[in-house]
Design a protein around this ligand. Structure first.
Ligand SMILES: [Zn+2]
Length: 306
């Protein structure tokens, strides 16, 4: 079926009280893993490409993802992750993206609203929906003082003002998660109260970035296979479930796929020094990514919704 917009998937998720994964892709095997997992679990899904991914794979990557997405029998959206400019969003819309994120969260509030609004007007004119972000993700560890923490995490009244002013469709909020494989010592902190307060003011789907689980089992396998990933930690799946219950409808996952792919490649190369068929090396990587994605889809609650 044709690709669908982010809103068509995420509005249903917010209304239905479940979350949908946005998984980053950079190549064929990752895209296959995402779409096969979506089919197997009957999940709607967002396939995300960042500007870095676009630079790596070019328009050929996008054409391939669109072609593969159209073959799916579950709703698939092609989403630009962290678009940095109006021009970048427009370029990707022209390539066939059905959802774009404009990230001006590092700018002051007025600039973020104005720049987001510009993208929203252009995107909506051609039937594409828009994610924006306010607040700043990062290690909350170094921001334990409440006043400082408040300066980083999304303020509910600011979120309300921002959405009214920008017209964005879904909103990424800073609630304690951070990008990457080191999300803080112990069980990383998620500000559930803040999610509830923002969700009470906004009917829009809310988005959680930096939400990878970084499973300890995968980290152990990586290190056992010669990798060197220290102090790795992710978001506990119970925290993800609770966040979804309170209004998070889109959950971004990239780190877990990178981790799964690297584990499988390392294990194959380590166990089979004579192997040099790329399909025998990347095939198991695809299978492990698919397994990780399917598990995520069950945690999010998107399984059976597609
Ligand atoms: Zn992000």
């Amino acid at each position: 079926m044709p690709l669908v917009t982010g809103s068509s998937i995420l509005d249903a998720a917010r209304a239905g009280g479940y979350g949908v994964g946005a998984f980053n892709t950079n190549n064929m095997e990752i895209t296959q893993a995402i779409l096969e997992a979506a089919e197997a679990t009957r999940s709607p899904v967002l396939v995300a490409v960042s500007e870095g991914g676009l630079k790596y794979g070019g328009k050929t990557l996008i054409d391939m993802v669109i072609g593969m997405g159209r073959e799916a029998t579950v709703p698939v959206c092609l989403h630009l992750d962290h678009g940095s400019s109006f021009e970048s969003c427009l370029r990707t819309i022209r390539m066939g993206f059905t959802s774009v994120m404009i990230d001006k969260s590092h700018e002051d509030e007025a600039t973020n609203i104005a720049e987001t609004k510009r993208v929203v007007e252009a995107a909506h004119a051609v039937g594409v929906t828009v994610e924006a972000e306010i607040g700043r993700l990062g290690g909350v560890e170094e921001h334990v003082v409440v006043a400082e923490e408040d300066a980083i995490l999304t303020k509910p009244e600011e979120a309300e003002r921002f959405m009214a002013g920008s017209g964005a469709d879904y909103l990424a909020i800073a609630i304690g998660t951070s990008h990457g494989a080191n999300k803080g010592k112990g069980r990383p902190y998620i500000d559930h109260k803040r999610i509830r307060e923002i969700a009470a003011l906004l009917p829009n789907p809310l988005v959680m970035h930096g939400a990878s689980g970084v499973p300890a089992e995968l980290v152990a396998r990586l290190n056992a296979a010669g990798g060197d990933l220290k102090d790795a930690s992710g978001i506990h799946e119970d925290d993800v479930r609770e966040a979804v219950k309170h209004g998070i409808a889109k959950i971004n996952t990239d780190t877990d796929l990178r981790l799964a792919m690297t584990v499988a490649v390392r294990e194959v190369l380590g166990a089979k020094p004579k192997e040099f068929d790329p399909r025998k090396i990347l095939g198991p990587a695809r299978d492990l990514m698919r397994q990780v994605i399917e598990e995520r889809m069950h945690v999010f609650g998107s399984a059976g919704q597609g």
